[in-house]
Design a protein around this ligand. Structure first.
Ligand code: DGL
Length: 278
């Protein structure tokens, strides 16, 4: 059975896992979250690189995989070359969907919502220069948003009025298209849309990553599984380097990502829970 490793600093990568599940329901996933190092936006680049490499190689030893998906924009900006030199398994990274956004926008005004680290990195400027040179681009690097989303997955209420306030620069700029440049954001797409109902297109990279993953599995002859082979438990294991977020099992089940097993404080051997708990 084909198996894909999905990595993020927290629960945001689950938005990518859901797209992979949708497109490739016969593929087993291993979800790895470095929530002990979260948020990556606050970490030096060298720390992000070392942590990703370590956790991914530990996970691969226990759960061999056919494709690695770095489902984190902030990590993808720095870790991909080192990761690719560490393993021969194909690695897919995620970049903010500037190109598809430029293709959608009718008024040529685009908003990019991302972590402050992603907003700062030169590669975003390169994407804008390459694909959206004729657009007016408004950038918002909201520092608290990823934490609010982690908390909301754990059952806390999202501070909707603060969220709407943070998005005001997009309204002022009159953007018709917003790029969700962090994998956490699609998890609160409805709340974002409620703040800016006038925005016509909300674009993220989840489907593109799922398509790329399918292609890479196809290169290994691993997509010729009967389409009826839909897994009830598509996530073989969810491995968290810190505490297991409260309510995670329920959240994953409701998102169609029921896990066989969830482990916390991983790869230490404390806090291991199996199906039915957490
Ligand atoms: N999901 C990560 C991203 O796409 C969150 C970033 C962080 O940990 O700061 O960028």
């Amino acid at each position: 059975m084909p198996r894909v490793l999905v990595f993020d600093s927290g629960v945001g990568g689950l938005s990518v896992s859901a797209c992979i599940r949708q497109r490739l329901p016969f593929v087993e996933q291993v979800y790895v979250a470095d929530n002990a190092g979260f948020p990556y936006g606050d970490q030096p680049e060298s720390v992000v690189t070392l942590r990703c490499q370590r956790l991914i190689s530990e996970a691969l030893q226990v759960f061999p995989c056919d494709v690695i998906v770095v489902a984190c924009n902030t990590a993808s900006t720095v870790v991909l070359p080192d990761l690719r030199s560490m393993t021969s398994i194909p690695v897919v990274g995620v970049v903010p969907a500037v190109k598809p956004a430029a293709a959608c926008s009718q008024n040529r005004r685009i908003g990019i919502l991302a972590t402050p680290a992603t907003i700062r990195r030169p590669y975003l400027e390169e994407l804008i220069r390459e694909f959206a040179a004729d657009c007016q681009v408004e950038r918002i690097g909201q520092p608290e948003l990823v934490r609010w989303i982690e908390d909301s997955v754990a059952g806390q209420e999202l501070p909707q009025s603060l969220l709407c306030e943070a998005l005001q620069p997009f309204r002022a700029a009159g953007v018709d298209t917003v790029v969700l440049g962090c994998t956490h954001y699609p998890l609160i797409r409805e709340q974002l849309q409620a703040c800016l109902p006038e925005v016509r297109f909300w674009v993220d990279s989840g489907d593109a990553i799922a398509r790329r993953t399918e292609w890479l599995l196809g290169q290994q002859d691993k997509t010729t599984i009967p389409s009826a082979a839909v897994l009830d438990y598509p996530v073989r294991a969810a491995l968290f380097s810190g505490e297991i977020p409260s309510g995670l099992r329920r959240y994953m089940e409701e998102s169609g990502l029921a896990p066989d097993e969830i482990r916390g404080h991983w790869p230490g051997d404390e806090g291991v829970t199996t199906a039915g708990s957490a």
